[in-house]
Design a protein around this ligand. Structure first.
Ligand SMILES: Nc1ncnc2c1ncn2[C@@H]1O[C@H](COP(=O)(O)OP(=O)(O)O)[C@@H](O)[C@H]1O
Ligand SMILES: [Mg+2]
Length: 273
């Protein structure tokens, strides 16, 4: 499937250091093959967007990148070090390098906003209370929620919850931030605030980012590179500009938000029966 776009992206990135490398990663759940030999190299400082239909395996792929899931076969490297075979104890030292924004924010409802963000800092470092409070305030300011420390998650809007979850994800200054459908469920202005934050964090923290989305407007805005997952492998890998030149009908359907021909036929058949 290697196309010209992919080669030019690879050439442009030649000088960058690989933060993550997935090599021939396979994953199945019983009979369901989700990842069928995926290869992916994430270059330092780049934002890669993963698109694909619901159930394509995007979240499963993200969880492999941070070793929340283990591949059946293949290898995962972080900064040149193989991590797929590490024990949980060995992984504990690496995990702080990964900031994960889960699909459903996943805040602790029984903790205040400030306590939510302080949680990973207290868990992974020996910092004193006063230092932690300072970091919490900084991270909240970074996502535009200055002074929200004492609020409860239940008092927040959906967009604010995402931003708190993002502040928590960056609490330990991770090298890699992973966003799982960060704009899903938000109205367009709120979704665009999240896009702007993704761009801001990339700019100000020089992080490497991976964004899973089926929101093409968001993909185009934040991506240096877009990859499309389909039936266990990538069928597109290129720049946001080059996706408009891609003639693969599976890519076109997704990008243009059109129904596939098969689906149209099924709908017509149903309507006439
Ligand atoms: N832990 C699991 N056990 C069994 N099946 C799973 C598990 N996680 C995901 N799946 C299945 O793998 C497929 C891909 O899931 P997922 O990565 O969540 O898709 P999406 O692209 O929508 O994020 C789905 O069919 C899902 O039901
Ligand atoms: Mg998902």
């Amino acid at each position: 499937m290697i196309d010209q776009a992919k080669q030019s992206v690879a050439a442009a990135n030649h000088d960058h250091v690989a933060v993550i490398e997935l090599i021939d990663v396979h994953k199945r759940f019983d009979d369901l093959v989700v990842l069928n030999g995926v290869n992916l190299t994430l270059e330092s400082g780049q934002t890669t967007v993963i698109i694909g239909e619901s159930g394509a395996g995007k979240s499963v792929l993200l969880k492999h990148i941070v070793r929340l899931l283990k591949p059946d076969s293949g290898a995962i490297h972080f900064r040149g070090r193989r991590i797929d075979q590490l024990s949980e104890r060995e992984l504990a030292a690496i995990r702080p390098q990964f900031g994960f924004l889960f699909q459903l924010s996943a805040l602790f409802d029984s903790l205040t906003v400030g306590q939510n963000i302080a949680f990973p800092i207290a868990q992974h470092t020996k910092r004193k209370r006063r230092e932690i409070d300072k970091i919490v305030a900084e991270k909240l300011a970074m996502v535009g929620l200055d002074g929200f420390e004492d609020q409860w998650p239940s008092e927040l809007s959906g967009g604010q919850k995402k931003r708190v979850a993002l502040a928590r994800a960056i609490a330990l200054d991770p090298e890699l931030i992973l966003y799982d459908e960060p704009t899903t469920g938000l109205d367009p202005p709120r979704a665009d605030e999240i896009n702007e934050l993704i761009l801001k964090l990339q700019r100000e923290l020089s992080v490497t980012s991976v964004v899973v989305t089926h929101d093409m407007a968001s993909a185009r805005k934040v991506a240096n590179r877009i990859v499309m997952l389909y039936e266990g492998d990538f069928i597109f890998d290129g720049t946001p500009e080059s996706i408009d030149q891609c003639n693969d009908p599976r890519v076109r359907c997704f990008v243009e938000g059109r129904c596939s021909d098969d689906m149209l036929r099924t709908l017509k058949e149903k309507a006439s029966s």
